[in-house]
Write a protein that binds this ligand. Structure first.
Ligand code: F6P
Length: 383
């Protein structure tokens, strides 16, 4: 057993099913593996900036495995590099001094690419971090999966299943808009799982005439309704992203949303049938994590604890080739993992006749191959 450690933990960025499961696994793992003291910073990096934390005992993290959200609170705006003191200096050095005053060996940061970028920046300045990949978007490089994605796909799939009732009864075109930022993973997986007729994802710009042609073809062949799964980051050929809001202080200021309304209006121009849209929004992030995400989050948390015990700082926990592993955090920061043209899941959708809103997928506008290979390592004694 390594020496007794004092460790901070925080959850950054948007909330996500499985955050509490990770907090539980990291805290229990650290206490059991090394008798560590664990301190939870409140509201993500804001708690670090404002010096707000609470001690987490073993019993404090009991009964939270199935809870949605985060018991520590989070913020997707707080960033020590963009938060300035009275002298107009950013507070990153202040934060580092504070952590050293508390006597912490390092911090486990659970978050998406914004969190990993901040953690990586602070790690470069000497503050130790281990990262845990969280996001419903599944868009972090270096890991095949993030926790939260499976739950979001389940919720979106159920929503589309339910839209089938109205679509069939009223002979309508029904569009379900998913989240996912600049990656189409949620729309792709929920679109396939629900048997959607058209899937629109950011990785391939769609041709609205082809979308309309699919709706018309289905009518002509007796299938009187069409289901479209559209990612919030989908855009027409040569068109723009639909931005809902801009949050200047956030690590990722752009908030997407509303493209389904645009798609509906465009379809109506040249299609006589009725068209309706549903924007699923934050429902996708709410509630209890799926069983898969509970297992993944527990595996991630326990692996993160092992990295901390082994003083393997500056690493992000990953899930690679069905096993837990770790990748250098600085190789993950500020990058997005998008659906590649050679995705087997995408191929499966194509092979069952799903349209991606263009006649010919050779006109694919995104990455052709899988993500760039980021080296990973495994700890011998874990999982
Ligand atoms: O990254 C998770 C996510 O839910 C995205 O899918 C979505 O674009 C964004 O966060 C929404 O952010 P907010 O909660 O600030 O509206």
């Amino acid at each position: 057993m390594a020496g007794r450690k004092k460790i901070g933990i925080l959850t950054g960025g948007g909330d996500c099913p499985g955050l509490n499961a990770v907090i539980r696994a990291v805290t229990k793992g650290l206490i059991l593996q090394s008798g560590a003291e664990v301190y939870g910073f409140l509201d993500g990096f804001l708690g670090l900036i404002e010096k707000r934390y609470r001690k987490l005992e073993y019993r404090d993290v009991g009964g939270i495995l199935t809870l949605g959200g985060t018991i520590l609170g989070t913020s997707n705006r707080a960033n020590p590099f963009k938060h300035f003191d009275a002298d107009n200096a950013d507070v990153s050095d202040e934060v580092i001094d504070y952590v050293s005053l508390l006597g912490l060996d390092g911090i486990v940061a659970i978050g998406g690419d914004g969190t990993m970028s901040i953690a990586s920046g602070l790690q470069d300045k000497g503050l130790n971090f281990v990262g845990v990949p969280k996001t419903i978007d599944n868009d972090l490089v270096g890991t095949d999966r993030t926790f939260g994605f499976d739950t979001a796909v389940g919720i979106a799939t159920e929503a589309i299943d339910r839209l089938h009732s109205t679509a069939r009864s009223h002979r309508r075109v029904m569009i379900l808009e998913t989240m996912g930022r600049y990656a189409g993973w949620i729309a792709l997986h929920s679109g396939i799982a629900s048997g959607s007729d058209i899937i629109l994802i950011p990785e391939v710009e769609f041709d609205i005439d082809e979308v309309i042609a699919v709706c018309k073809r289905r009518e002509q062949t007796g299938q009187k309704y069409t289901i479209i799964a559209a990612a919030e980051g989908a855009k027409p050929i040569g068109g723009e992203l639909v931005v809902r809001e801009t949050v200047e202080t956030s690590p990722d200021p752009i908030r997407l949303g509303g493209v389904s309304n645009y798609i509906a209006e465009e379809i109506k121009r040249n299609f006589a049938g009725e068209v309706r849209t549903t924007i699923l929004g934050h429902v996708q992030r709410g509630g209890t994590p799926s069983a898969f995400d509970r297992v993944l989050a527990t595996g991630f948390g326990s692996y993160a604890a092992a990295l901390v015990v082994g003083d393997r700082w500056g690493q992000m926990v990953a899930f690679r080739n069905n096993r837990f592993a770790h990748v250098p955090m600085d190789m993950v920061a500020n990058k997005t993992r998008r659906v590649p043209r050679n995705s087997p899941v995408l191929e499966a959708a194509v092979s069952v006749g799903t349209s991606f809103g263009i006649k010919n997928l050779d006109a694919w506008s995104g990455d052709v191959n899988s993500e760039e290979e980021i080296p990973f390592e495994r700890l011998a004694h874990v999982i």
